[in-house]
Design a protein around this ligand. Structure first.
Ligand code: ZN
Length: 375
């Protein structure tokens, strides 16, 4: 068993279902302290986080990630118990194997190896680890970043260990993410008897043309790194349950995934313009999960592309597809942010697994990136 796999086993065996950490961070901090890192525990309400740094100079290269995992679903339907890491036919099974305890193990071992070979490396290396990525994400990375900003401690480059790869480790690196803007729209009408519609005002009828226009709207073209912005309605509800009642109110839940061609404010304005044009009486609760971000070519992208090529022979693809990650909290500070981790085919599923030796490959890639940036 390699050091990375051993550490991955030790992390997966801890039942750190979000927001519980269940000792994962203590284990990581112990290893990092032994490698010359200074640990700082940063607890916000019930969420455990830590910041760990080796060195005082710039540039500061940070590894970021989360120790929490999503719930297992029915444990009896797993081929192997989700918190009993198991390797069968070269595949490592366990909750968090891909998302993202495997990456955490690879990061720690990569740093141990790098520091052993380069004890007087340039710049600084840091870890920003939370146990609140899979949950509400209110007391995790966002709060740690606020703490760092308040004391003007700047991350220059950040590798997030989210499982970015598609078919083979390193084939895809995420160099940005689309923004996510959600909303709950309430359209107000007047409840009444379906037989007396002149005494009522049906919010379903009033809203339907406006919703059709929102759904058909061409928001942007996207750009070199981003697909076109998409608008999706995820729920509509109205009605009292009775067939003879015109509902008094309609609720619509929708979400934008948007490119760097637009901002959340522009999307809000354009949505209001369409709703207003149709004369709706309404209110909207907006929820911005994150503005889009992009890390264009630069030292971190170059080092990662080169390291992946050297270690695996692969030409990596830069992509901004997929869901949001905690990179959205780090990028606004001006840091270059990349997501580089194992394959994501089974994340959040029953029987989550990855190719076990991919974690050793990932360890060498992370170490090589450090060498290219800080040796
Ligand atoms: Zn994750």
């Amino acid at each position: 068993m390699t050091p990375t796999l051993q550490l991955a086993f030790d992390l997966i065996a801890r039942r750190s279902v979000t927001p519980d950490d269940d000792g994962c961070q203590a284990l990581m901090m112990e290893r990092l302290a032994a490698a010359g890192f200074n640990n700082e525990e940063l607890r916000f309400e019930e969420v455990e986080n830590f910041w760990s740094r080796r060195g005082t100079e710039g540039p500061l290269v940070c590894f970021a990630g989360h120790t929490d995992v999503v719930p297992t679903g029915p444990e009896g339907r797993w081929s192997h118990p989700p918190f009993t890491p198991t390797i069968v036919d070269g595949l490592l099974y366990g909750r968090g194997a891909a998302d993202m305890k495997g990456s955490l193990a690879a990061m720690v071992v990569a740093c141990e190896n790098f520091v052993r070979k380069h004890p007087n490396h340039k710049g600084s290396i840091a870890f920003l680890i939370t146990s609140d990525e899979e949950g509400p994400a209110k007391n995790g990375t966002v709060k740690v970043v606020e703490t760092l900003e308040a004391r003007n401690e700047k991350i220059d480059m950040c590798i997030v260990g989210e499982p970015s790869s598609t078919n083979a480790v390193g084939d895809v690196v995420k160099n940005g993410r689309r923004g996510s803007l959600g909303a709950v729209l309430h359209v107000h009408g007047i409840q009444g008897h379906v037989a007396y519609p002149h005494l009522a005002k049906n919010p379903v009828h009033i809203a339907a043309p406006a919703l059709a226009e929102l759904a058909a709207e061409h928001w942007d073209e996207g750009n070199e790194f981003f697909p076109a912005t998409s608008f999706q309605i995820s729920n509509i509800k109205a009605g009292t349950g009775a067939t003879n009642v015109i509902p008094g109110e309609l609720e619509v839940v929708f979400n934008f995934r948007f490119s760097t061609e637009l901002t959340a404010d522009i999307l809000k304005e354009r949505t209001h313009a369409i709703l207003d044009k149709h004369g709706l009486s309404y209110d909207i609760d907006w929820n911005l999960s994150g503005e889009p971000f992009l890390t264009a070519r630069g030292p971190l992208v170059e080092a990662s592309v080169q390291a992946i090529k050297e270690v695996t022979g692969r030409d990596t693809e830069l992509s901004t597809a997929g869901g949001t990650s905690d990179g959205r909290f780090i990028a606004p500070t001006g840091a270059q942010v990349l997501e580089l981790g194992p394959c994501n085919a089974t994340i959040h599923k029953l029987d989550e697994h990855i190719v076990a030796e991919d974690l050793d490959t990932l360890t060498v890639i992370y170490e090589r990136i450090l060498e290219l940036l800080l040796a």
